[in-house]
Design a protein around this ligand. Structure first.
Ligand code: SF4
Ligand code: FES
Length: 278
């Protein structure tokens, strides 16, 4: 029995038991300087005494502090919000985009998902459209090109209207909200055997295309974004790996909606072109 500062008695830990167990990890990380070939580097000493309560990124922070203390270059990885919102922290962990926990971005993955003595392999996204900039950081600019092609509304909307002025059925607003949950992380591309970006593009399209405010530019937007997507990324062959890897669990149903809109757009835009030329 031990007595704490405030006089509360607690049972003493059993002989040999550790009140704060830590983990020793055999960490293998892809290191790549700009413009050079990359390689896996193993860190054992630097990845000792890791708390299971740390997030995966906090574990990398600890490893980096130890590397800096030894005068070595820290591992470069991208992060910002650390709460599953910004989409910047993507990396392959043991061959899985964002690691072993479904529906979870790397920053929200905790070391308790791993065990003492585990081998953990960490790599950047692997896709031709996402070139490696350094270590675990890739250039996701191709996503920006897709958004620039039409992932917005140009219609002047004026001041904020009264609530409920534009009625939207609950199912439609729920679906648009689900699509809007995409954080642009790129896990769908990294997980796809074709490096296709259909899940990302369809989510970015449908959160606008489903709502009344998005109708004016719906078909022009769809063609512009899909055509831009196809100039950077591979084609979808319905593997479904994207949905499995997505930390926001975006449904591949959105890809079907996107394909429907794309086919419709070919007809509608052609009709409009015909009308303007006569
Ligand atoms: S669809 Fe999912 S996996 Fe793809 S970019 Fe959006 S959030 Fe990331
Ligand atoms: S750091 Fe923002 S989603 Fe992970």
């Amino acid at each position: 029995m031990t007595v704490t500062d405030n006089g509360v008695a607690t049972p003493a830990p059993a002989a040999g038991a550790d009140a704060h167990p830590t983990m020793d990890i055999n960490l293998h990380v892809w290191r790549q300087a700009p413009g050079q070939e990359g390689r896996m580097v193993t860190y054992v000493e630097e990845a000792k005494d890791i708390s299971p309560e740390m997030s995966f990124l906090e574990m990398l922070d600890i490893v980096n502090e130890r590397l800096i203390a030894k005068g070595e270059d820290p591992i470069a990885f991208e992060h910002d919000c650390r709460e599953g919102i910004c989409g910047s922290c993507g990396m392959m962990i043991n061959g899985q985009a964002h690691g072993p926990q479904k529906g979870t971005a790397t920053c929200q993955l905790h070391m308790r998902k791993f065990s003492d003595g585990d081998e953990i392999y960490v790599e950047p996204w692997r896709a031709r459209a996402f070139p490696v900039l350094r270590d675990l950081i890739v250039d996701r600019e191709a996503f920006d090109r897709i958004i620039e092609a039409g992932g917005y509304m140009t219609a002047p909307t004026g001041a904020a209207p009264d609530a409920n002025l534009i009625l939207v059925p609950k199912e439609v607003s729920d679906a648009a909200m689900d699509a809007a949950a995409c954080i642009g992380c790129g896990a769908c591309v990294a997980a796809c055997p074709n490096s296709a970006a259909q899940l990302f593009t369809s989510a970015k399209l449908q959160h606008l295309n489903l709502l009344p405010q998005g109708q004016a530019e719906r078909y022009r937007r769809t063609v512009a974004m899909v055509d831009t997507m196809e100039s950077y990324f591979g084609s979808c062959t319905n593997h479904g790996e994207c949905e499995e890897a997505c930390p926001k669990e975006i449904s591949i149903d959105f890809i079907a909606y996107m394909n429907r809109d794309y086919v419709k757009a070919q007809l509608k835009n052609r009709k409009l072109a015909g009308q303007t030329s006569t």
